[in-house]
Ligand binder design. Structure first.
Ligand SMILES: [Zn+2]
Ligand SMILES: [Zn+2]
Length: 287
């Protein structure tokens, strides 16, 4: 047992050192520049956290201010319980997931997940960054923005106390076409920060679907119905799963993924996304 612990300690030391040298070398060869605007990056707390996006670009994104709805992740401008809203505003924290009974936007929805944590709204520069992340050369931007999501929402994410982190998978044909899956990179960053296992292959798509953004919000629900399944060999007994995606609009994709996870024995599913767009959060057909 002692030998294993010693080996683990040595392993951690070696990987920390490798990380240090890798970073040092990368900075020497390529002076750090903003991945969004190519301006030189000053040495700040953010760049030391390996968030390679400058302050001006980060500030240009529409990051949500509290209070937000714990269930669907959007700001709640006139929350029905003013005392609760004031508490959250003064504490500077997002409400805990357990506060979440939903807001007018999501209360009557049939979302199968219990909480959403989003960095900000899918518009302007944040939308542009998300679109860039989906391309093959957008991997470093995905990782930097994943670290920024943690920088801003780390406390709320840690408070969820999840057991495992899993990305929304792409169908292999789409992954092949894009050359990357930004949700996987975001999930990997969050799994490292939360120190929880990264279950990249937990979910799989059972069929190829139209891209959701091509469809009117009401069609999105039927487009993804039963599209996910949990890969054989994964045991989810009573686990709380953090599902990670780049954008959440109607919630249809994450809700269907949550359906598969719950059917495979997960106790709870929460969602983390970089951006939140507005869309019909209910299926018009039976659900
Ligand atoms: Zn910049
Ligand atoms: Zn809501």
């Amino acid at each position: 047992m002692k030998v294993i612990q010693q080996l683990q300690r040595i392993g951690r030391r070696v990987s920390r050192r490798a990380d240090f040298w890798q970073r040092g070398l990368a900075d020497l060869v390529f002076p750090p520049i903003c991945l969004a605007c190519d301006q030189a990056l000053p040495d700040t707390k953010l760049s030391r956290e390996r968030i390679y996006v400058c302050r001006a670009c980060l500030n240009s994104m529409e990051v949500y201010a509290d209070p937000v709805c714990g269930l669907c992740g959007v700001p709640v401008p006139s929350i029905e319980q003013p005392s609760t809203a004031m508490e959250h505003a003064s504490s500077g924290k997002q409400p805990a997931a357990s506060d979440a009974e939903g807001c007018p936007r999501c209360r009557r929805s049939k979302l199968r997940f219990d909480a959403t944590i989003a960095l900000g709204h899918y518009t302007g520069p944040l939308r542009e960054f998300v679109l860039r992340m989906k391309k093959g050369h957008g991997d470093a931007l995905s990782q930097s923005l994943g670290r920024y999501l943690w920088h801003v929402r780390g406390e709320s994410l840690a408070a969820l106390a999840v057991d495992v982190v899993a990305p929304i998978p792409l169908h292999w044909r789409r992954r092949f076409a894009h050359g990357t899956n930004s949700a996987t990179l975001l999930a990997e960053v969050l799994s490292g920060k939360l120190k929880r296992p990264f279950a990249e292959g937990l979910l799989k798509r059972t069929r190829f679907t139209h891209p959701q953004f091509d469809l009117p919000p009401t069609r999105r629900w039927e487009n993804v119905r039963n599209v996910f399944s949990v890969r054989a060999g994964h045991h989810l007994r009573r686990a709380h799963v953090l599902l990670v995606d780049d954008v959440l609009t109607t919630g249809a994709t994450c809700s269907e993924a949550a359906r598969a996870l719950l059917a495979a024995g997960a106790a709870r599913v929460s969602v983390a996304v970089l951006a939140r767009a507005y869309g019909e959060m209910r299926s018009l057909s039976t659900s």
